[in-house]
Design a protein around this ligand. Structure first.
Ligand SMILES: [Zn+2]
Length: 488
């Protein structure tokens, strides 16, 4: 007696065929039943796939266009695809993804054995599979994505925003902190673009309702770019943000940061100390990492010392610096990383960000015991940085002896040098062109704060060498670099 498969039972229950006909199908395997219902009884393919999926949720339907990895062909015999009616799309460590027009195709078992990994089956209509087999869909139209990436890199955009709207997709570039429209895509181009991003960023194409992270690599005019991709599900599909990182030795220099002469001098003095804690603070996107990289480059070129960093993420490669990527998902956080780094006893340590009491504690102790420690805090100015430090419940004595100084910063819009805010072609009629750093600094290099000041941030600021934001703003407004009416 032949056992009934769930798929067969379902076909039986649907009662769309004469029960006598259905009976003749009983001894057949699912893939033949599927084929007969489709080809001889002309049941709609989508309907059949839906039924199959009820009992086999591993059968996927394409959520986007699929672009096959042509390098896979070397792993298959010529003629195999047509003979067994499938086409390979991509292979990862965990799976081989194929398209097929019969979800019960027995080739899956054979491939699973051959590749020693589960097969991701994407069920597509027969005519569509023919396009793959004919080779019309096997060429990858990477040009749309490439064109966008090249334009963004050429314009020195920091990131690309891709918004999926109703029936169209809008691409915008962030230049100097502002978003500008690049292009809108519709129809086939739109579908291709969204598919290409997910495919090349190695994101799971079957997931559309959860945010995902991915990565792209790009070479442009001899420079290497690492592009980090994040997706966000929305009512119309998925939005994407692509952040661009130049991997080819961007030079970071303190003199290029745009600090005022007084603040730059103070910053250099702090860096020339053999040990202690230096904090660079500011909101997200205020250029803190750039300032720290410039500091590390300076230290690397002026002192013969070992430098180790803990970063989340590593944004640029600094030749000669040992950079370590934090990964909280696997439990490798800043505090743990710091403990590991200290065992190797480096001279200079950069910690991407102090987010918790434990990291703060280890950092201040390391600074007190002979290491130069550089880090960032998410605070608005020097005084609030001291207040934030006090919430970490650190020994005021240690803070007083280890803290070398604070640089607080933010990036503001720079007036267009051509029109000075009147609006012209250069500035896209915005009146602004690029961004400029505003900073304040507090140095304790030559003045160790008093016992009283350690418990009182206001007193601390008074006693230390302090250059305020107001001073910097006034100078830059006077030089016509920024507008006095911009909110700071
Ligand atoms: Zn202008």
């Amino acid at each position: 007696m032949t056992t009934q498969s769930p798929f067969f039972k379902h076909v039986q229950q649907e009662k769309i065929l004469d029960p006598a006909v259905v009976e003749t199908l009983l001894p057949l395997p699912d893939h033949q039943i599927f084929q007969i219902l489709r080809d001889q009884y002309n049941l709609p393919e989508e309907q059949l796939v839906d039924w199959a999926r009820l009992h086999h949720p591993d059968i996927l339907q394409p959520t986007t266009h699929l672009f096959p990895d042509n390098q896979l062909h070397s792993k298959f015999e010529t003629g195999l695809y047509r003979q067994h009616r499938f086409y390979p799309i991509y292979e990862t460590e965990d799976t081989l993804c194929i398209v097929l027009d019969n979800p019960f195709n027995p080739i899956c078992d054979i491939l699973e054995k051959q590749f020693q990994k589960p097969i991701q089956k994407i069920s597509i209509p027969t005519l569509k599979l023919e396009d793959y087999l004919d080779g019309t869909l096997s060429k990858e139209p990477v040009s749309i994505l490439n064109a966008i990436l090249e334009a963004a890199i050429h314009k020195q955009a920091s990131d690309i925003h891709i918004f999926k709207l109703n029936q169209k997709t809008q691409v915008k570039f962030r230049l100097h902190g502002q978003l500008y429209n690049f292009q809108t895509y519709i129809g086939k181009e739109e579908t291709q673009l969204l598919a290409l991003i997910k495919f090349h960023a190695q994101m799971d194409i079957s997931i559309v309702t959860q945010p995902q992270d991915g990565r792209l690599h790009m070479t442009y005019r001899g420079n290497e770019y690492d592009i980090r991709v994040a997706s966000l599900p929305t009512v119309y599909g998925e939005d994407f943000v692509l952040r661009i990182f130049n991997q080819s030795g961007t030079s970071f220099q303190i003199e290029s940061l745009g600090l005022s002469a007084k603040i730059e001098t103070q910053f250099r003095e702090m860096l020339n100390q053999p040990n202690g804690l230096i904090l660079v603070t500011g909101p997200t996107g205020s250029g803190k990492t750039t300032t720290l990289y410039a500091a590390l480059s300076h230290l690397l070129h002026t002192q013969n010392k070992t430098i180790v960093t803990l970063e989340d993420p590593v944004e640029s490669i600094l030749e000669g610096v040992r950079q370590s990527q934090i990964n909280p998902k696997i439990g490798y956080n800043f505090a743990q990383g710091l403990k590991a780094v200290l065992r190797q006893d480096p001279d200079i340590i950069m910690i991407g960000e102090i987010r918790d009491q434990q990291t703060a504690q280890i950092a201040i102790e390391a600074a007190y015991t002979g290491h130069l420690v550089l880090s960032t805090l998410h605070t608005g100015d020097c005084e609030s940085t001291l207040m934030r430090l006090s919430t970490f419940d650190l020994d005021p004595f240690l803070v007083g002896h280890a803290l070398r100084g604070i640089v607080s910063q933010r990036l503001v819009r720079k007036l267009c040098p051509d029109c000075k805010q009147a609006g012209c072609v250069t500035c896209h009629y915005t009146g602004f062109q690029g961004r400029i750093l505003l900073a304040e600094s507090l140095s304790c290099v030559s003045k160790t704060p008093s016992r009283q000041a350690l418990n009182d941030p206001k007193q601390f600021v008074k006693e230390a060498d302090y250059r305020s934001f107001q001073e910097d703003i006034a100078t830059k407004v006077q030089s016509g670099l920024i507008s006095a009416h911009d909110p700071f």
